[in-house]
Design a protein around this ligand. Structure first.
Ligand code: BGC
Length: 750
């Protein structure tokens, strides 16, 4: 019977090793070049054999059980009750008990087990958002955060985590910038790959998503992005490729948008060619929710229709089976769809380690991961006159704005997580019906104001909401210093229209800075903003959406309890005029699309990614000669560092990093390709985190992923013969002396 009735590291890239003995220097520790037990491609191939043996035992009707799922939530007024065994969350696919296949219980997402309208009445550890993890440039932390979230998923009875956001930040106004890692393919691929490996260490599946080129939310269900194969392979696809190699996710979630006229979830190019043929990916492709245009998606590489109630029809049930019965080639494809789902389940251990709700969660240990992660993501952007850490002689402090008396900001949409006790404060921003919680600004508990007060028992600490600048500025003039919290809320489905802070916050900061130049700004933003008041404030800290421990992390950074070490994973442009597209295409023509709403398939919108091609962010700026407000890789510390002595053969680089200041701290060794045959050509080719005591020097070695030096030649990669210039960077713009290497031509296939 059809189920229609229930409808409703092996880290490539850098390693850090002690590199020979240098008098007077300590050696950096070996960082994890792979995480114990992480899956390999060989594990996936072995799992395929087991999967095929199970498929051979399936009755014809059973072959449509794993091929589609529902969203077990009251998404329509007349939604049927959730199927037996479903947990309120993003998705449910029934298993086949007689074959030992468990139900697939699917939850978002990348920053913790998501909240889904509060229907489960539980809470979860709310981690910092993806971009904060990107700012840590820390693969081990990414693994640890994934391991922790995966453990909570398992304990709550979920065996599929809809995590692994790997789209590149092509546009800082993209409403999902906060969910993704970076604008750079190496950083994104390595961080997300480690994160996925961490999730899957719990014997559950992680996805990597949204495949691919889901670079804006405006018109996301119909926008057609134009990009050449070469540019795609060298940018967004490379990020996914590296992430898949390292993490071996059981599943890939395809994207809403079109790519060169094909729907992402029905794209012969993306799914059959790039992913399954060129990369030999063995797991399954699940659709995004409401992204399936028709049965033909199955022939073009889609293996599973998710949240089928959001599509125009259930295409992957009897319709699929009937087509398969009529054509042996299509029956082979149906068998392959099943085998792929089972490969993902077998390889990760879902088949052998069934999940059960009600597992124990070590909340304290998980909160500690959330705290370390929030700390590692914080980027110190400005610190004039070393105003930070906060001077002990500041006797009166004014805290302003950002709802800092309630909590810390979190990102909206499907990835919204509720930390312990639920949100401290909620403000609906769009009436999205049953999905209103996704467009509601929400704050994690833990008020930064209290965290500051706690650390300043003898001082006067006052607060103003900052809704009106006048009272805050008048009071600011009377205080020793001011800490302004400024927020930019983001959510999927909605892009931000410019780089300004919303709701008059820029004017408010300017008025306060004029009244008191000893003003520190704490930003909680999903991406880049343009800071027209920058010259007038003393310090700026970027905390992103820092998760449930954000209050402690922010206060800890302000008071110098730890030394900030985050670096920008995206470029902060001076103005939108520096971006490849001055406006977000379609922003004025189309209204944001509420979740769950149907979309007129005849709507037309194109976004031309061939303008920048693979030269995204700092690479675009290098090509165009733009200077950023703050460049990629930028971040200050309470100490100072020097990197020097670069030696490279074009495959690996060795250099020294030294702490030249008076405090222990953590720096980021960054190696860039800067030129080929004298022409500017910038790419991050290696990076490594190094912790140093005052005066300490460590030698660092990183190895390059050769794809970063190469060009896509239509069938594989080519490093053209030539002279390649490399440089160490304090960031993407502050580069050391160029070291040139002559490289021979070399071509290879993946
Ligand atoms: C999002 C996905 C998410 C899915 C299920 C979609 O709106 O794009 O990232 O996993 O919903 O909640």
């Amino acid at each position: 019977m059809a189920r229609r009735d229930v409808l409703s590291i092996a880290l490539t890239g850098t390693v850090l090793i002690g590199a020979g003995s240098l008098p007077g220097t300590a050696h950096a520790q070996t960082s994890a070049s792979s995480h114990a037990g992480a899956l390999t491609h060989e594990d996936m191939l072995a799992a395929r054999q087991r999967a095929e043996a199970i498929v051979a035992q399936m009755e014809p009707q059973e072959k449509t059980y794993l091929t589609w799922g529902v969203m077990p939530l009251p998404i329509r007024p007349n939604s049927p009750p959730p199927p037996e065994g479903a947990i309120p969350a993003a998705g449910f696919v029934p298993g086949i008990a007689r074959l030992g296949i468990p139900n697939l219980t699917e939850t978002d997402g990348p920053a913790g087990i998501s909240y889904v309208q509060g229907l489960r009445g539980d809470y979860a550890t709310a981690m910092p958002s993806g971009i904060a993890l990107g700012a840590s440039f820390d693969r081990d932390l990414a693994y640890e955060q994934g391991r922790t979230i995966g453990q909570e998923a398992r304990a709550k009875g979920f065996n599929v985590l809809l995590a692994g956001g790997a789209n590149l930040a092509r546009d800082p106004r993209n409403g999902r910038t906060f969910e993704y890692i970076a604008e750079d393919p190496l950083l994104t691929g390595q961080v997300i790959g480690a994160n996925i490996a961490g999730v899957q260490s719990n014997h559950i599946v992680s996805t990597i998503k949204h495949f691919a080129l889901n670079g804006q939310e405006t018109g996301r269900r119909f926008v057609d992005v134009k990009i050449s194969d070469k540019a795609a392979r060298e940018s967004d696809l490379l990020a996914f490729q590296i992430g898949i190699e390292i993490g071996q996710p059981g599943s890939v979630m395809c994207a809403y948008n079109k790519v060169n006229t094909e729907r992402g979830c029905a794209s012969e190019y993306l799914l059959n060619k790039v992913l399954k043929t060129d990369w030999n990916y063995q797991g399954w492709v699940m659709s995004d929710w409401g992204a399936v245009p028709g049965l033909y998606a199955a022939w073009n590489g889609l293996d599973q229709q998710s949240g089928a109630g959001l599509d125009p029809d259930v295409f992957f049930d009897d319709t699929l089976l009937d087509a398969a019965k009529a054509d042996p080639a299509r029956m082979d494809r149906l068998d392959d769809m099943n085998a792929r789902v089972l490969t993902g389940l077998a390889a990760t251990g879902v088949l052998d380690h069934p999940v059960k709700p009600g597992g124990a969660i070590d909340w304290k240990a998980h909160a500690d991961v959330a705290l370390r992660s929030a700390q590692a993501g914080i980027v110190l952007l400005k610190n004039a006159g070393d105003i930070l850490p906060l001077a002990s002689d500041a006797k009166s402090i004014l805290v302003v704005g950002g709802n800092a008396d309630f909590g810390v900001l979190s990102g909206g949409g499907s990835s919204q997580v509720h930390g312990e006790g639920g949100p401290a404060f909620m403000r609906p921003l769009m009436n999205s019906g049953a999905f209103a919680s996704m467009t509601t600004e929400q704050y994690q508990r833990g008020a930064p104001l209290e965290a500051i007060r706690k650390r300043k028992p003898g001082a006067v600490v006052r607060y103003r909401p900052g809704r009106y600048a006048s009272d805050a500025a008048a009071l600011a003039a009377q205080m020793d210093m001011v800490i302004v919290f400024a927020n930019q809320w983001m959510a999927e489905g909605i892009d931000v229209s410019d780089l300004g802070l919303p709701e008059g916050q820029d004017a408010m900061i300017a008025a306060i800075a004029k009244a008191n130049p000893r003003t520190v700004v704490v930003l909680q933003t999903g991406g880049a903003i343009d800071m027209p008041w920058l010259d007038d404030v003393a310090a700026v800290i970027e905390a992103w959406y820092p998760g449930q421990e954000g209050d402690e992390a922010i206060a800890g950074a302000l008071f110098g309890e730890f030394n900030p070490s985050g670096r920008l994973p995206i470029t902060f442009p001076r103005t939108t005029a520096q971006l490849p597209r001055e406006d977000v295409p379609g922003m004025i023509a189309f209204d944001p699309i509420a979740f769950g709403s149907t979309v007129d398939p005849s709507l037309k919108l194109e976004t031309d990614y061939n303008i920048e091609g693979a030269e995204i962010g700092y690479r675009w700026n290098a090509k165009e000669g733009h200077k950023a407000l703050f460049p990629f890789g930028y971040g200050l510390s309470y100490t100072t560092f020097r990197s020097d002595g670069l030696k490279t053969d074009g495959k690996t680089a060795r250099f020294s990093v030294t702490n030249t200041g008076a405090r222990a701290g953590r720096t980021l060794g960054q190696v860039y390709l800067v030129s080929r045959d004298g022409k500017p050509n910038q790419r991050l080719v290696g990076f490594e985190r190094v912790t140093l005591l005052p005066g300490e020097t460590k030698r660092v070695q990183v190895s390059f992923d050769p794809r970063l030096l190469a060009e896509w030649n239509g069938a594989g990669w080519t490093i053209p013969a030539g002279t390649y210039g490399f440089a160490l960077g304090e960031n993407a713009e502050d580069l050391g002396a160029t070291v040139t290497v002559r490289l021979k031509a070399r071509s290879w296939r993946d």
